[in-house]
Design a protein around this ligand. Structure first.
Ligand SMILES: O=C(O)[C@H](O)[C@@H](O)[C@H](O)[C@H](O)COP(=O)(O)O
Length: 258
């Protein structure tokens, strides 16, 4: 697994006065990546998380982005999903639909939710199969140097324990390399059954934007930018592109222990 050394704050961290300013900047960065991906490849493959991230995407649903972003070429995925029905309150799809996707004109066939009739393992295998079909049709790119897909953008949140996606500190899932999408049935954060991208898929991304808001995240943000820990011990630190760009968007509270 690639070792990167200590994360450089000057290169990878942007601190904002408040969530409002953070959301403005996030929207602008996402819109710019969308424009360049659509120009280069005719598609923008963007991956969402659950949690508080969705709220911070709100500015994209407003002018000017509502009109200027080429929503018709977006392809939307989930870095992790809870294995529940799509209309269940725990569903990351539902969270994203209610807070973001229902407000922008992305064609519904380009929104790739999990199959909510399957078991965790079945849903993970099915999602990976679906990704492989999108590679065949040229919508999803592959990394140049390995056999993992290369998404244009991963939008990630971090839990107060340092987890990201459904990759929890020191859980055996952090070492899975042979799959793109894995299942977990003992998630420490409820609900227990989930599917998640594996770390090598996350590391193959062209861009990762992490969003951290509030003092509750401060200790972990400081750890992420502190000493380099063994791979998988702090998934939010290990989750960085091997050949891509990483930006942490933090408000003052989340950056207060740096
Ligand atoms: O399904 C999930 O649980 C999420 O995808 C999860 O990985 C989330 O991104 C983090 O837990 C951060 O969530 P908060 O930003 O709400 O703390």
């Amino acid at each position: 697994m690639a070792s990167f050394g200590k994360l450089d704050k000057d290169l990878h961290l942007q601190v904002y006065e408040n969530v409002e300013e953070l959301s403005d900047s996030l929207a602008e960065h996402v819109a710019q990546l969308s424009a360049s991906a659509v120009k280069d490849r005719g598609a923008f493959t963007v991956v969402l998380s659950g949690g508080s991230l969705i709220k911070t995407l709100g500015k994209l649903c407003e002018p000017p982005y509502l009109q200027t972003v080429d929503w018709g070429n977006w392809h939307v995925f989930w870095v992790d999903e809870r294995v529940v029905k799509k209309d269940h309150p725990d569903s990351n799809y539902k969270l994203a639909y209610d807070g973001f996707l229902s407000k922008v004109p992305i064609p519904s066939e380009k929104v790739y939710a999990i199959n909510d009739t399957l078991s965790a393992q079945g849903a993970a295998e099915d999602y990976e199969f679906g990704l492989k079909q999108l590679v065949k049709t040229g919508i999803l790119a592959m990394a140049d140097t390995n056999d993992y897909p290369r998404f244009d953008l991963l939008l990630m949140g971090m839990g107060p324990d340092g987890h990201c996606a459904s990759l929890f500190p020191n859980h055996p899932l952090v070492h899975v390399k042979e799959k793109w999408v894995a299942s977990i049935t003992d998630s420490p954060k409820p609900p227990p059954e989930r599917i998640t991208f594996t770390l090598p898929v996350i590391q193959a991304a062209a861009n990762i934007f992490f969003v951290a808001n509030g003092e509750g995240k401060a200790e972990m943000v400081a750890k992420v930018f502190g000493e380099e820990l063994p791979f998988g011990q702090l998934p939010s630190q290990s989750a960085r592109p091997t050949n891509g760009k990483l930006i942490w968007f933090a408000d003052k509270g989340a950056a207060s222990k740096l």
